[in-house]
Design a protein around this ligand. Structure first.
Ligand SMILES: Nc1ncnc2c1ncn2[C@@H]1O[C@H](COP(=O)(O)OP(=O)(O)OP(=O)(O)O)[C@@H](O)[C@H]1O
Ligand SMILES: Nc1ncnc2c1ncn2[C@@H]1O[C@H](COP(=O)(O)OP(=O)(O)OP(=O)(O)O)[C@@H](O)[C@H]1O
Ligand SMILES: [Mg+2]
Ligand SMILES: [Mg+2]
Lengths: 258, 258
């Protein structure tokens, strides 16, 4: 069965795109059929996948504006078992006019239901900030992965984001559950990182969600986008690879019968 | 004369708040009269200054909604020569209704002109994302400091932000100039950080703006918000302190006659 997982956090620069690309690639390496969707007008996932501006008309903006079916926006990547829906500038206009139509929050959900999809995992790379696009992705998905930096400033915003998810669950998507809070950019050398990770694992309102897997700060992950390949190809033996492979294994272990 | 500087970048988590607080404190330490304004509904600058939720009605939201004059929102801090305009939830409602009124882009500028202000520096801590609030801060200020991480993903968004500034200069604020691009979170141990800093200093469209001062990645800066004091107090001899003092000196050297 298909797990639809939004990779989301209202804060910027916390590793949403890095997680979508590399978790997606790790699941694909494990033999799962994976579709990653670039839901962010900024298009960093699209760039990382090597589209180099040549996206053409088969992208998420035209799906959301009703011009093409969802399946037409699905593109191959250079990785086995990994497909992608890219983005480009079209989505910017769409975002502005999205809320005009009735039931706009379920627009992407409906478009996806109208297309035959045979994936094990669909990952949505979400934009920072609360927006009509984010609402669409959280309504179209069943689960959320929340990347959270192991830094003090990241904790308060996590609680705020959980409140937003509770609101979406009440008003739009009763089946939306938290797949997990993913500690990211963990710097084992610093006591601060260690203390905040400990806080996350002990906080009564967070601890049940925090993954066992932790993504360590690793410059190979910072470099990988400039090479247009996932970390598994760029630096297979790096901590970045090991950590995302471990997260993929943790997700696979959650599968029914696995 | 008063330098009004917006600390801005549409990306999240790039060090805008860290720069506003610590550059402000460094300028104050050098004897300049400094006002920092928390323009971000997320309120991390307000939290860092120790307001602990007890902001009351003297904050920027009520200035923007016209309920109080700007001067009434100016608060003392625990640091000599440093004042602050905090924020709280009021600004969220204001942001949503801001664009209704005529000439809304110049709202804060007008409010500030109506108050007697005797500061050497006014720093605006800006929110991530393009928004009506950001437009107000960029119209109320004369200069912009753009913190940019020395990572490949940060470069493209910098160019995009410069285009936004050019648009604001054309349409709303002809005197808006770039004070400088500030390389931040520089990790001297990694070749990647070094290469991207080099790119910034050599890129034809960027190099004339890049500060000499670089803010190194320093866990003392990550910790300081949890201690509710600027880095200069938290860890006076750390790289975080040294780097922001150096940036303050670079700004002071730009002053007429200095
Ligand atoms: N574990 C990590 N180690 C080192 N660098 C990382 C790590 N995770 C992410 N980065 C770097 O941090 C920056 C932000 O990451 P990323 O773009 O994935 O975040 P994001 O949440 O998608 O940002 P945005 O809100 O802009 O979409 C990038 O420069 C990325 O290369
Ligand atoms: N030079 C640095 N060294 C180490 N950590 C840093 C540095 N600068 C910022 N940080 C940390 O990076 C994170 C983001 O910084 P900050 O909140 O200042 O960014 P911001 O641009 O204001 O974010 P937002 O878009 O959420 O307002 C924080 O956890 C902060 O403590
Ligand atoms: Mg992203
Ligand atoms: Mg900030």
């Amino acid at each position: 069965n298909c797990r639809k997982i939004a990779v989301a956090n209202q804060k910027g620069g916390v590793g949403k795109t890095t997680t979508t690309l590399n978790l997606g690639a790790a699941l694909a390496k494990a033999g799962r059929k994976v579709l990653v969707i670039d839901g962010d007008p900024q298009g960093s996932l699209t760039a990382w996948l090597g589209f180099n501006g040549a996206v053409g008309g088969r992208e998420i903006g035209r799906v959301l504006s009703g011009m093409i079916p969802f399946s037409e926006a699905i593109r191959e990547t250079n990785e086995d078992n990994l497909w992608a829906v890219p983005t480009n500038h079209a989505i910017v206009q769409v975002e502005q006019s999205l809320t005009v139509s009735e039931n706009w929050e379920r627009l992407l959900k409906r478009k996806m239901e109208q297309s035959p999809l045979s994936y094990d995992y669909i990952l949505f790379d979400c934009p920072a900030a609360f927006s009509s696009l984010l609402t669409n992705y959280l309504t179209a998905s069943d689960e959320v992965i929340i990347p959270v930096q192991t830094e003090i400033m990241a904790l308060n915003s996590t609680v705020k984001f959980l409140e937003k998810l509770a609101q979406i669950r009440r008003d739009l998507n009763p089946s939306l559950k938290i797949c997990g809070i993913l500690p990211v950019m963990y710097d084992g050398r610093t006591r601060h990182s260690h203390e905040i990770l400990k806080k996350m694992r002990e906080a009564p309102n967070l601890k049940q969600y925090v993954f066992s897997s932790v993504i360590r700060k690793n410059v190979r992950l910072t470099e990988a986008p400039s090479r247009f390949i996932p970390i598994l190809k760029a630096s297979p033996s790096s901590y970045g690879s090991i950590d995302y492979l471990r997260l993929a294994a943790e997700l696979i272990a959650q599968e029914p019968g696995g």
